[in-house]
Design a protein around this ligand. Structure first.
Ligand SMILES: NC(=O)C1=CN([C@@H]2O[C@H](COP(=O)(O)OP(=O)(O)OC[C@H]3O[C@@H](n4cnc5c(N)ncnc54)[C@H](OP(=O)(O)O)[C@@H]3O)[C@@H](O)[C@H]2O)C=CC1
Ligand SMILES: N[C@@H](CC=O)C(=O)O
Length: 328
């Protein structure tokens, strides 16, 4: 039985989600693809942290245990920040591993270089989980690009901000309490200021920009505003007038072929497709030349939605292996 040996970098909300899904779906994956997937090594920062024991898996704080293991085929990355994540993934590609990442902070900046490197080394890069959690926006845009042209992408790309705005409207929750709830649910970043000041949504928008338009605007040209100055009273007052605050990231090509972007809170009315998107959900409106408009909606953060996006990337890679095996 052919098998895929996997390593997971990071065992927090997302890394543990990937591990659990691979365990829970092990038989189903084997039946559907003919491959078994074995997680052999997990990298963490602090090996002394108390964790539930995981049998048959090496827990390490030394990346060499993964990079020097000739058996590993795929590296899932769910650690925090640009470095050392970028270096670890570059090294994994160099050694011939497929990589699957959820790390948008790293990927917004280094995604294009990783993709180029991977193409050169003939391995795959999965990055569905970098943008909109469990919503398959990367796969959808990639599929559309085969025969269409993206004109504009607009959406709610940060689950924590949307969760906070919803808690304010529905329960009158103070900002701090709503943020704490989002943190308890595993939605927020290690540094939640990235969520509430718009930076996280901006990074996801840049990833979508590279994919959709083959380029990113100059980062300094994109105005980025967060939700941290919005009070429950503002949200409640707006809803009395049938308006809702949504944190919206928007990127489009203007009539002069210039790529423009904005990120910030917007007041929208009941006819807008983003009006009814509540809680941790994200929504992405994709506008194309031939299809017209398509809206994707789903959970934008959390253990299982994000883990499932990464496992879906793995299944996509496995299916491509199957195609190679059949054609050879
Ligand atoms: N939470 C979510 O819903 C989503 C998160 N993401 C992204 O996924 C990544 C992980 O997020 P999340 O799981 O929430 O984060 P957590 O803080 O829950 O977990 C981070 C994990 O990474 C490990 N880690 C951090 N830095 C290093 C390092 N330098 N070397 C080795 N291990 C390290 C930590 O080790 P230790 O356990 O020892 O502390 C921990 O296990 C982030 O990049 C985030 O932006 C993407 C989509 C959704
Ligand atoms: N902190 C992020 C997690 C997913 O990307 C969010 O709230 O959207």
């Amino acid at each position: 039985m052919p098998s895929f040996k996997a390593a997971i970098l990071g065992f927090g909300t997302v890394g543990e989600g990937v591990y659990r899904i691979l365990q829970e779906k092990r038989e189903e994956i084997r039946e559907n693809t003919g491959f078994t997937v074995d997680v052999v090594t997990i990298l963490v920062k602090d090996k002394t942290k108390k964790r539930k024991p995981i049998s048959g898996v090496k827990i390490t704080d030394n990346i060499r245990d993964i990079l020097d293991d000739p058996e590993i085929d795929v590296v899932f990355e769910a650690i925090v920040g640009e470095e050392p994540a970028y270096t670890y993934l570059s090294d994994a590609i160099e050694k011939g591993c497929h990589i699957i990442t959820a790390n948008k902070k790293m990927f917004a900046k280094h995604g294009p270089a990783l993709l180029k490197h991977a193409e050169f080394r003939n391995v795959q890069v999965g990055f569905e989980a970098t943008t909109a959690g469990g919503v398959p926006v990367i796969r959808t845009v990639s599929n559309l690009l085969a025969g269409d042209r993206i004109k504009r992408i607009q959406g709610i790309l940060n689950g924590t901000s949307n969760f906070i705005l919803t808690k304010m409207r529905e329960e009158g929750s103070p900002f701090k309490k709503a943020l704490l709830d989002a943190q308890k649910n595993g939605f927020a970043e290690a540094d939640p200021s990235d969520d509430v000041d718009g930076t996280d949504a901006f990074r996801k928008l840049m990833i979508l920009s590279s994919l959709s338009f083959g380029q990113q605007p100059d980062w300094e040209d994109v105005p980025v505003v967060g939700i941290e100055h919005i009070q429950p009273i503002d949200v409640i007052d707006a809803s009395k007038g049938d308006l809702r605050y949504r944190h919206v990231a928007d990127i489009w090509i203007d009539d002069n072929d210039k790529l423009l972007g904005t990120v910030g809170p917007v007041l929208i009315g009941a006819n807008h497709p983003l009006f009814s998107i509540d809680g941790v959900d994200n929504a992405i409106i994709i506008e194309t030349e031939y299809l017209g408009q398509l809206t994707l909606v789903g959970p934008g953060a959390g253990m299982y939605p994000t883990g499932s996006a990464m496992v879906a990337d793995l299944l996509h890679i496995i299916r491509q292996q199957e195609v190679v095996m059949v054609t050879n």
